[in-house]
Design a protein around this ligand. Sequence first.
Ligand code: NDP
Ligand code: 8X3
Length: 253
Amino acid sequence: MEPLNGRTALVTGASAGIGEACALMLSQAGARVVLTGRRRDRLEAVAAKLRTPSHVVELDVRSRSEVEAALSALPAPFSEVDILVNNAGLGLGLEPAHTASLDDWDTMIDTNCKGLVYVTRTLLPGMVQRNRGHVVNLGSVAAIYPYPGGNVYGATKAFVRQFSQNLKADLVGTRVRVTDVEPGMVQTDFSLVRFRGDAARANKVYEGMEPLTATDIADIVLFCVTRPAHVNLNVVEVMPADQGFGPFNVKRR
Ligand code: NDP
Ligand code: 8X3
């Protein structure tokens, strides 16, 4: 395992769930951490738990100008980001395409696709210039396996998969690595956000089965970023043992 001492990690959406777990685990492995997200109080609470130096940036990844301004002016010793975890994201709703909210679709595209692109494009030139870096994107099994109501959420994660692989194509010959981590069901605030604060509905998603935890995913992210510099994990797909694939849906009359 390559140690992370002296390395700088930047995690988007570090205020909860998988992002928070990644910040904690990367810090435990020795990296200093830049925590970004919209909820400053939550970011500061996470920062207080870290054992390495940290820097909090209140940031909505949907704002290109905010992203460019904040991330191109990170203070020393946080200015040279070695590990970018593009984690900020969300699913909204589970309605079929013909009744789903177009506003929700906009929000998912703006956050999961455009936000990820803004952050990556701002930090990538520095990584290439230093010939050192790792971009870890949070995709999803929803990128590959369709399900009813997954319409735009799954499509945003398919974008993340293809963008990750195209980044890798562009970066061949540099020591900048790219990994797309694609989890199945992870119990976080994800379903609470998807169902707009309906805790009973959110809890039902994980009822009677053992979901992945945010720490399970952070552990995988840590594994990816601590491989020797010549090793690039392209895509890591992970599901709970209790989750599987559905059969084709056939409507019979
Ligand atoms: P959470 O809801 O627990 O966390 C989401 C994080 O994203 C929060 O820290 C939130 O911070 C941040 N975020 C959301 N919108 C924005 C925004 N506009 N700008 C900045 N930050 C934002 O969910 P998870 O931890 O589960 O999700 C993290 C990632 O993992 C997402 O990309 C999700 O799609 C993906 N994923 C999750 C799975 C699951 O089953 N949980 C499975 C597969 C993938 P704040 O609100 O403070 O801005
Ligand atoms: C979140 C996992 O299966 O709810 O990306 O879409 S799922």
